[in-house]
Design a protein around this ligand. Structure first.
Ligand SMILES: [Zn+2]
Length: 427
């Protein structure tokens, strides 16, 4: 039986073109020009794929995509968005909402059916929002007596779709979760927090959520307005961060939620804000959080978490000077003391050495500088984080291999890993 595809487009010309290309490729195609009607049909008889135009009267394509992917009855329908309105924001939202493919109009008639075919065959490179196969809960990879369970939901710099190409390391921006036996701590709200939000709702284990923001650069907050638990009832969201001298934490957070897509509805969560300084806070029983200022433009924090005798440090945006630091620049020494003996250190390792030479004083480190500092400080496991969006997988693979070589050459005792979406570690 031919695979069934539904094309939803209010423009008869484009709709007919899409349909005939797919029919020629052997699919059973239904063209629908009304998005409300399409939703009914998709619900009663889910197709393999729904191809949606973004700009449609009534229910627009993004909202339709959101409805399809958030309804358990239809969430397995693969959604491809087709649009001439290819702003990054739309593309990002489409993928955040669960679309598996985004095709710009005018599309290439030679490859259109092939792209859809790959999607059906599961060969299409999974888009960023779907690469994170992360799940909450204890993981088999962890040590048996782990007290903390870490999951990476995003580890890239800048907007996740700027580079375009799918990546095994993922394209989502900064977000890491850390679970104790009873609670969840979330670090940063880059686009990776969007799939995490969906997982929190699905999983249902956590109601009292703690979010720690290092700073307010886009790649650390761009997912917050789309964090699903904020719009669901029964959740408490505690957001901690630093007060910037020229902007209060409260104003920042308020602005983020004011800019949220209206279709998400009103905020439902009980929201509580905590301004943090360089002190130690017991945020939950037995969970100590010690923020510290990191070397990055603006007010930027790193976080040390201590729980059950384990020490975890999250410091995604931080420039280590390395051997070229001057006597006046004592940040490396200070950071070395802060991360001393950490079980896991997630640290900025954004640049290749060669690129770092031309990007000094931007607030990011070369991976090699991060590795040397971690090794000197007795860190047990370093996770290189904040991969440059311009680096393809081949470059990141090479960094991983070179890092292992340095560890072997120098006789370092630490383990070093590259951050990637869905990476889970028991600590
Ligand atoms: Zn950043």
């Amino acid at each position: 039986m031919a695979t069934r595809i539904i094309v939803v487009d209010d423009d008869p010309l484009v709709g007919e073109l899409s349909s005939s290309l797919l029919r020629d490729a052997g699919y059973e195609v239904e063209l629908i020009n009304d998005s409300f009607k399409a939703l009914d049909i998709i619900k009663t008889q889910p197709p393999a794929v729904a191809i949606l135009d973004i700009l449609m009267p009534g229910l627009d394509g993004l909202t339709l995509c959101h409805r399809i992917k958030s309804d358990p009855a239809t969430k397995n329908v693969q959604v491809a968005m087709v649009s001439g309105k290819a702003f990054h924001a739309d593309r990002k939202r489409a993928l955040d909402y669960g679309a598996a493919l985004f095709i710009e109009k005018p599309y290439n008639v030679d490859t259109f059916a092939k792209q859809v075919g790959e999607l059906i065959a599961g060969q299409a490179p999974p888009p960023p929002a779907l690469t994170a196969e992360a799940r909450l809960g204890p993981q088999p990879q962890g040590t048996a007596d782990a007290k903390l369970h870490m999951t990476i939901w995003g580890c890239r710099s800048l907007s996740p779709f700027k580079g375009g190409e799918p990546s095994r390391y993922g394209r989502q921006t900064a977000c890491v979760s850390l679970e104790t036996a009873s609670d969840i701590l979330i670090f940063d709200a880059g686009s990776g927090i969007v799939p995490l939000g969906r997982e929190i709702i699905k999983n249902g284990r956590f109601r009292n959520l703690w979010l720690f923001l290092t700073h307010f650069d886009q790649d650390h907050i761009e997912g917050l307005a789309n964090f699903a638990p904020a719009y669901a009832t029964g959740y408490k969201l505690n957001i901690s961060g630093a007060n910037d001298p020229d902007q209060a934490l409260q104003d920042r957070i308020q602005r983020i939620f004011e800019a949220a897509p209206p279709e998400l509805g009103a905020l439902q969560t009980e929201l509580q804000l905590f301004e943090m300084r360089e002190e130690t806070y017991e945020v939950l029983p037995g969970v100590q959080v010690s923020p510290f200022f990191a070397n990055h433009p603006g007010t930027t924090l790193g976080f040390i978490i201590e729980h059950g005798g384990r020490r975890f440090v999250y410091c995604p945006d931080s420039e280590i000077y390395g051997e070229q630091g001057t006597a006046m620049q004592d940040y490396d020494e200070r950071l070395g003391r802060l991360v001393q003996d950490a079980d896991v250190l997630i640290h900025d390792g954004r640049y290749l050495d060669s690129d770092y030479q031309t990007r000094k004083n931007n607030g990011h480190s070369s991976w090699a500088n991060a590795l040397h500092l971690a090794a000197r400080s007795g860190v047990k496991h370093l996770i290189l984080f904040h991969h440059d969006d311009a680096y393809p997988d081949a470059v990141l693979d090479r960094i991983a291999a070179d890092a292992q070589e340095i560890v072997a050459q120098k006789g370092y005792k630490l383990k070093v890993s590259m951050a990637r979406e869905a990476l889970k570690i028991g600590i």
